[in-house]
Design a protein around this ligand. Structure first.
Ligand code: CO8
Length: 261
């Protein structure tokens, strides 16, 4: 058993090799700010490098949110270049999760929105609690997903459902998300962690070299160069009036008035 300390992440590994990585910023519904993203990057490196970790479960602190997205207050100050850079940075961290040689399971315990849904989609398997809502609301802020969501959502749900979710910005409730393959299982909140650990145990009894090779081979079926274009478009949107209006409207708790400029 071991624990590591980060600013906004709790990291604990049990004697069976199951690491639980908890995104811990509950007062902001675990929204991803830059400090948290740096923590996440280091925590994933730890999963990859530590001999005592064999499977990782990523979840959110509290019972309301897995991750409610990128931190909108931080987003608001982005411009074209910094926006593209921020998008590429997040993509790099989420790519490390997707290509991690050890299985990573997302335990979605509430809202998984924007960057939160993108984080869950970078994991290899998703379990959700009944109260979860998963969606890509970026267009309501005058933005698009920027952490790989435009690429991974269609890979998981197919193009039509992904288009609908990205263009409406409407989240899917847990059961609906299961129907479209976006989550593998839906459980009551008080059963979800045990269930996810049992799933991890099923994986653990298999050969680690085989698990790593399987992840690599399955990922190879989904190689795309769309990530660069996503970051490019995300950056461009950071220079628009609609983006300023969308993010300020959220912070001022009012409805955005978009003008198409
Ligand atoms: N960023 C910053 N603060 C947030 C965020 C967020 N994403 N989500 C919630 N908070 C804050 C709220 O502002 C609030 O703060 P305060 O107490 O100071 O008013 C606190 O957390 C609690 O939230 P609410 O009071 O809003 O809780 P509700 O239960 O009323 O609503 C919701 C919960 C529905 C989840 C609501 O908080 C919400 O809509 N949040 C924003 C969801 C969203 O739009 N997410 C997408 C963000 S954009 C994104 O993720 C882009 C990713 C790609 C980025 C690429 C490059 C940077």
């Amino acid at each position: 058993m071991s624990s590591h300390s980060f600013n906004h992440i709790l990291f604990h590994t049990d004697s069976n090799g199951i690491a639980i990585l908890t995104i811990n910023r509950p007062e902001r519904l675990n929204a991803l700010n830059s400090v948290l993203l740096d923590d996440l990057s280091q925590a994933i490196d730890l999963v990859e490098e530590s001999d005592s970790v064999r499977v990782c479960i990523i979840t959110g602190s509290g019972e309301k949110a897995f991750v409610a997205g990128a931190d909108i207050k931080e987003l608001n100050s982005l411009e074209q270049l910094s926006g593209k850079k921020a998008s590429l940075k997040g993509q790099h961290i989420f790519n490390k999760i997707e290509s991690c040689s050890k299985p990573v399971i997302a335990l979605i315990n509430g809202y998984a929105l924007g960057g939160g849904a993108e984080l869950a989609m970078a994991c290899h398997i998703r379990v959700a609690t009944e109260n979860s809502a998963i969606g890509m609301p970026e267009v309501s802020l005058g933005l698009i997903p920027g952490y790989g969501g435009t690429q991974r959502l269609p890979q998981i749900t197919g193009k039509a459902k992904a288009m609908e979710m990205i263009l409406t910005g409407e989240p899917a409730k847990a059961e609906e998300a299961k129907k479209m393959g976006l989550v593998n299982y839906v459980l009551p909140m008080d059963e979800a962690l045990d269930f996810t650990k049992k799933l991890a145990f099923k994986i653990l009894k298999n050969g680690p070299l085989a698990l790593s090779a399987a992840i690599k081979a399955v990922n190879a079926a989904f190689k795309t160069d769309g990530y660069t274009l996503e970051a490019e478009e995300f950056g461009k949107l950071c220079n628009t009036e609609d983006f300023r209006e969308g993010t300020i409207a959220f912070l001022e708790k009012r409805k955005a008035e978009f003008t198409g400029k």
